[in-house]
Design a protein around this ligand. Structure first.
Ligand SMILES: [Ca+2]
Ligand SMILES: [Ca+2]
Ligand SMILES: [Ca+2]
Length: 330
């Protein structure tokens, strides 16, 4: 009897195995021993992202496995991570164009490359030298690298400890400088603001944006001072719906993005078509034709707000930019 049961088990198990094999994972991938068959190599020792160069990594493993490549800038501390699950690492799954996963962005510097595998102790290392910075495909309103752009119209409220200035104190976001906003204004939500008119920016209607609102993104990198959570960054986008060259708040569209930054620099990208109309922070009906029309954008405002009873408030921002077809990838 015992033999019979054993035989039956084998039969069932064998049948399942056959059925699974065509669609399921290879047994050698599940139970095979992990070995590195070809070590980590980098396609170049130097890479100039500025001239459009790119770099990729190669390695080959004995089984299908989750892997992670982590590139760390020795000077900046910038981190780029590339992950995958495969038996080999090659051009198609490990291309690096100079983008950043964890701010700050990469500078001209030597970088350490580390390849690790899930549940394995093996760590493979290499290096790569960045000799040219990535060029962004974006309409950059300001990245604050040369101070605050003269095209902005700034406004700073009357208050205590007012900080509306360029800062270069780490942690950094994009490049070496960012815009710091802070202060105590115990009588008003508005601490300060920046206004940018399309006419002042590039004398082009709608900042040169296309009329397809689904293809336009507004991007910015933001953070808030640690242990504070009362800061609000409100971005407003005024459209000249009727094309008369001015904005009429009674009957034209003003779209908005409200951001409450966290303590760590974070890129936020919003599609223009997803912008909402806000009234005192609450969604409201648009006042104009209700159509998102980036090519009619007349003016962008950045307002730094905080509850007047909440005391000191401080947020930083960097790389305010429009991008087309995809979020900006600094
Ligand atoms: Ca910057
Ligand atoms: Ca108008
Ligand atoms: Ca409109």
């Amino acid at each position: 009897m015992r033999y019979l049961v054993f035989g039956l088990t084998l039969l069932v198990f064998g049948g399942c195995q056959r059925d699974l094999e065509p669609a399921g994972p290879l047994l050698s991938d599940l139970y095979g021993n992990f070995r590195v068959l070809e070590p980590l190599t980098v396609s170049a020792t130097q890479v100039n992202f500025e001239t459009g160069e790119q770099v990729h990594f190669s390695a080959r493993m004995s089984i299908l496995i989750d892997w992670q490549i982590e590139i760390t800038g020795r000077t900046s501390g910038a981190v780029k991570r590339i992950t995958g699950k495969s038996r080999s690492i090659e051009l198609t799954n490990s291309r690096w164009l100079g983008e950043t996963t964890q701010f700050p962005t990469f500078g001209l510097e030597s970088c350490d490359v580390m390849l690790t595998f899930k549940d394995q102790t093996d760590t493979l290392r290499s290096t790569i030298e960045v000799t040219g910075k990535r060029v962004l495909d974006a309409i950059v309103l300001d990245n604050f690298e040369t101070g605050i752009s003269g095209t902005w119209v700034p406004f700073v409220q009357t208050g205590a400890e007012m900080k509306f200035r360029i800062d270069s104190t780490p942690p950094l976001a994009e490049g070496k400088q960012y815009y710091k906003m802070g202060g105590t204004v115990n009588w008003d939500w508005l601490k300060g603001m920046l206004t940018l008119n399309a006419a002042a920016y590039n004398s082009t209607a709608g900042f040169g944006l296309p009329n397809n609102a689904a293809s336009v993104y507004f991007n910015g990198i933001y953070r808030q001072r640690a242990n504070l959570n009362n800061g609000i960054i409100l971005l407003q986008f005024r459209e000249d719906d009727n094309g008369d060259g001015t904005f009429n708040q009674a009957n034209e569209d003003m779209w908005a993005i409200e951001i409450r930054p966290g303590a760590i620099w974070e890129l936020k990208s919003t599609r223009y078509v997803d912008l909402v109309a806000l009234e005192n922070g609450a969604p409201s009906a648009p006042k104009g034709n209700g159509v998102h029309e980036p090519h009619k954008l007349l003016r962008v405002d950045m307002l730094f707000l905080g509850n007047p009873t909440s005391g000191y408030t401080e947020c930083d921002m960097d790389l305010l930019a429009f991008s087309i077809n995809q979020p900006v990838q600094p």
